[in-house]
Design a protein around this ligand. Structure first.
Ligand SMILES: Cc1ncc(COP(=O)(O)O)c(C=O)c1O
Length: 462
């Protein structure tokens, strides 16, 4: 199958519901890597087993020791192209996980591979805050321009956790208050500052509790109006008690299971936070850069946060992240006589060049709009095919709540892998299939997935 480079045809009807073709789907700019799955060898095949044994010998286990049976359903990546992944056993998959949402443009997008090649011949590292490279400046300019107010400023990092750390530190500098309000089910990375504010699973925090800030309040993340009113009340009363420097929120809960808060919630939150003289930090590491159908979901929802965190897809597969904020907030970094926050590779030219190319590609093909439209069609298809209202999300950030006991989505994800679809799982009990394909994916692949999913799902919890 090809056709990713052409405007894909509008869908017909699936499962009885008409999927609108009023707005033709914009072209993605990608003409390769939109092939259907081809699974020849059940995972893990012989090549994968050999690689997994080597990996187990030298990689720290990072979880319960796995028997070889537990490797069932594990593949080893060899190549990637567009929406396809090829494993070491010669299988071809459709990637609906997209590097945990980070492959906005798909694997090995030519705009990224060509800029990485040319940059790697010129300069790989400059000297961060001492002697920056041109690419660092260009990237910071592009990121500042994404912010809805003029004069925004940028701190670059390598991971999402770096960006969140920079935002939390900025809030302390700016307000002099260390208290944070975060949300249950939210995920912001696992280095110590982000771990302190991680509301997703207690198991992430428990072994390290002694190292974590205690000045964190977790409010409930609202999925409906009543919960939104309750959450605003909870946040307001904590703000009134004092000591809170910032409120940190994912505009759509990502790893927590693609929960979309009701319209108006973010605006109301921004209002109470501003009244209390605290800062609002939008963690858009997952939602941002088109993934949720807008370059910045918070801004599309009518809010200007004080600080925005970006990461994941920013580098087109190369690690880079950013904390972007109002000038009046960022200027607090200049009050110390010394530089008090930096890292060796922050703003490294290779990653910065890749990020500039990613931003250019997202803008020139209108991929945020494409994600909004295609995501809506994807959800409609899922709803009509599955016959239940378990589907949620925004843009190409989609959660399917499969119900049942803990881990039900993990079982389903394995079955889907056996049929050639890579998906991830989320939610507090891993009960949600999380679908975050490249924004460039061909619509035909989504149609194929929906019919495969309806075949494998035994609704009712098994
Ligand atoms: C919303 C959000 N914030 C932060 C992070 C942490 O990013 P990283 O894994 O690059 O540190 C993630 C990762 O999934 C995320 O989803």
């Amino acid at each position: 199958m090809s056709g990713g480079g052409e405007p894909t045809r509008a869908a017909g009807s699936v499962g009885g519901d008409d999927v609108t073709d009023e707005h033709p789907l914009p072209a993605s700019g990608v003409s390769a890597g939109n092939e259907p799955p081809l699974v020849r060898v059940r995972a893990p095949g012989p090549e994968a087993r050999a690689w997994l044994a080597r990996a187990a010998a030298v990689g720290a286990p990072m979880g319960p020791r796995r028997s070889s049976d537990a490797n069932d359903g594990t593949i080893v990546y060899r190549d990637g192209l567009g929406s396809n992944v090829f494993d070491v056993d010669g299988n071809r998959y459709v990637d609906l996980c997209g590097g945990f949402g980070a492959q906005l443009l798909g694997h090995c997008h030519p705009a990224i591979t060509s800029v990485v090649t040319s940059q790697s011949r010129r300069l790989l590292q400059a000297l961060g805050d001492v002697h920056p490279a041109v690419e660092k400046v260009l990237l910071a300019e592009r990121l500042a321009a994404l912010f809805p107010e003029p004069g925004a400023q940028v701190i670059l990092g390598q991971s999402g956790a770096d960006a969140v750390t920079a935002a939390l530190k900025t809030a302390v500098l700016c307000t002099g208050r260390a208290g944070v309000i975060a949300f249950q089910g939210a995920y912001h990375g696992l280095s110590y500052a982000p771990l302190s504010v991680c509301g997703l699973r207690e198991s992430y925090r428990a072994p390290f509790e002694a190292h974590l800030s205690r000045d964190v309040t977790f409010a409930a993340y609202p999925a409906d109006e009543a919960a939104a009113t309750a959450a605003i009340g909870e946040v307001s009363s904590r703000l009134r008690r004092g000591g809170v420097g910032c409120v940190l929120i994912e505009p759509v809960l990502g790893r927590g299971g693609c929960v979309v808060p009701p319209a108006g919630f973010l605006g109301e939150l921004a209002r109470v936070v501003c009244e209390a003289g605290a800062l609002l930090i939008a963690d858009e590491i997952w939602t941002g850069l088109g993934r949720s159908g807008a370059m910045l979901r918070s801004v599309a929802d009518g809010v200007t946060p004080d600080l925005v965190c970006l990461g994941k897809g920013l580098g087109g597969g190369v690690p880079v992240s950013a904390c972007v904020g109002r000038r009046t907030v960022m200027r607090e970094w200049s009050r110390d006589a010394e530089v008090v926050h930096t890292s060796t590779f922050a703003g490294a030219p290779l990653a910065a060049a890749a990020a500039v190319a990613t931003l250019t590609e997202l803008a020139s093909w209108g991929l945020a709009e494409r994600a909004e439209l295609l995501g809506e069609r994807f959800r409609q298809r899922l709803r009509s095919a599955l016959g239940v209202d378990r589907v949620r999300g925004r843009g190409l950030m989609i959660g399917v709540d499969v119900g049942g006991g803990p881990g039900t989505a993990v079982t389903l994800a394995r079955r889907l892998l056996a049929r050639g679809y890579i998906v991830s799982t989320g939610g507090g009990r891993r009960e949600v299939l999380v679908l975050t394909p490249p924004l460039t994916i061909a619509e035909e692949l989504i149609e194929g997935f929906v019919s495969e999913l309806s075949g494998v799902v035994a609704w009712g919890g098994s």
